[in-house]
Design a protein around this ligand. Structure first.
Ligand SMILES: Cc1cc2nc3c(=O)[nH]c(=O)nc-3n(C[C@H](O)[C@H](O)[C@H](O)COP(=O)(O)O)c2cc1C
Length: 286
């Protein structure tokens, strides 16, 4: 897959054609999940379920920003063993599956949820695993941006979120600190030293989808170590925070892989000199 291009072009689709997804596309995505998708924590077993549109009403009562997606013919639901890092891993895997779907010509949209058991109930799922990620997918219909506005007015989301919702993605300058949290001095030179590898990988991370587009995270580049930091943010539920972080790591790693080699994110609790509310999540060597 051409990750830089797929990431550059991706958007969350909110309107879909009602056409059912052909069986061979469903099989291709399932096989990709089972055999070759990118994984953050390979030891955690996951399962991908692809539903038809018959579950739409029940599922969208248990997931999503209170605004139903138009026409959506299918949903991808990822279940996982309940192990440490399961949601970070789910963000990583599901975003890769969504990019795979895009590569096959299909659009998608993440759906928020807070209660795994409600999703299981909606889908009548019998499994020991917990639900860790939900996304709508289908053939995207071209749609005006005003649909995004509906999501705000139809939801309970505070009006203060509106500014963020329409805000552009975080810039590289906002996203990255050099050597010490908050320091931007020498940013261009440091990133430039690694040529396209770091620029492209950070640009891909900056284009990550996130809950309400808030992107509550940043990166710290210390020597040749890249740290992903979580930034406390009041509106983002815990599951979405972890999914956001997993997605950002996937975007970074998928593009870095195209330029250099496989980079490996490792979960970390390294003591870094960080302000209150900012915590290290993972690090990798470049
Ligand atoms: C964890 C997560 C949960 C999300 N939940 C929803 C949702 O329930 N409904 C929805 O319409 N969009 C949802 N989104 C999509 C975001 O609103 C979208 O990614 C963000 O506004 C940026 O837009 P873009 O993806 O087109 O770049 C979610 C995204 C993430 C990462």
């Amino acid at each position: 897959m051409d990750y830089p291009l797929l990431i550059e072009e991706r958007v969350s689709n909110k309107t879909f054609q009602e056409k059912a997804i052909p069986g061979d596309i469903i099989e291709t995505i399932k096989a990709y999940h089972d055999n070759s998708c990118l994984r953050l924590i390979p030891d955690i077993k996951t399962e991908l379920i692809i539903t038809g549109s018959d579950v739409k009403e029940a599922l969208e009562k248990a997931a999503g920003y209170n605004a139903p997606l138009v026409g959506c013919p299918s949903y991808m639901v990822l279940t996982s063993e309940d192990k440490q890092g399961a949601e970070l891993n789910a963000g990583y895997i599901m975003e890769d599956l969504m990019l795979k779907a895009r590569d096959l010509g299909y659009g998608s949209c993440w759906l928020t949820f807070t209660d795994s058991s409600k999703i299981k109930e909606a889908l009548a799922l019998k499994t020991d695993k917990k639900v860790v990620a939900v996304a709508a997918f289908g053939l995207a219909e071209r749609a005006r941006k005003w649909l995004h506005l509906n999501i705000i007015t139809m939801s309970n989301i505070e009006i203060s979120a509106k500014h963020h919702y329409f805000a552009p993605k975080k810039s590289i300058d906002e996203l990255i600190s050099i050597e010490k949290y908050g320091n931007k001095e020498g940013l261009d030179e440091k990133i430039g030293f690694y040529e396209d590898i770091l620029w492209e990988s950070f640009i891909a991370a900056s284009k990550s989808p996130s809950y309400l587009n808030l992107q509550p995270y940043s990166f710290l580049l210390k020597g040749s170590t890249v740290y992903l930091l979580s930034e406390k943010e009041a509106l983002t539920p815990d599951i979405d925070r972890d999914l956001n972080l997993g997605i950002a790591m996937l975007h970074f790693a998928a593009v870095a892989k195209q330029y250099i080699h496989n980079i490996e994110w490792k979960l970390t609790k390294d003591a870094l000199d960080l302000p209150a509310g900012v915590t290290p999540v993972a690090s990798c060597q470049i």
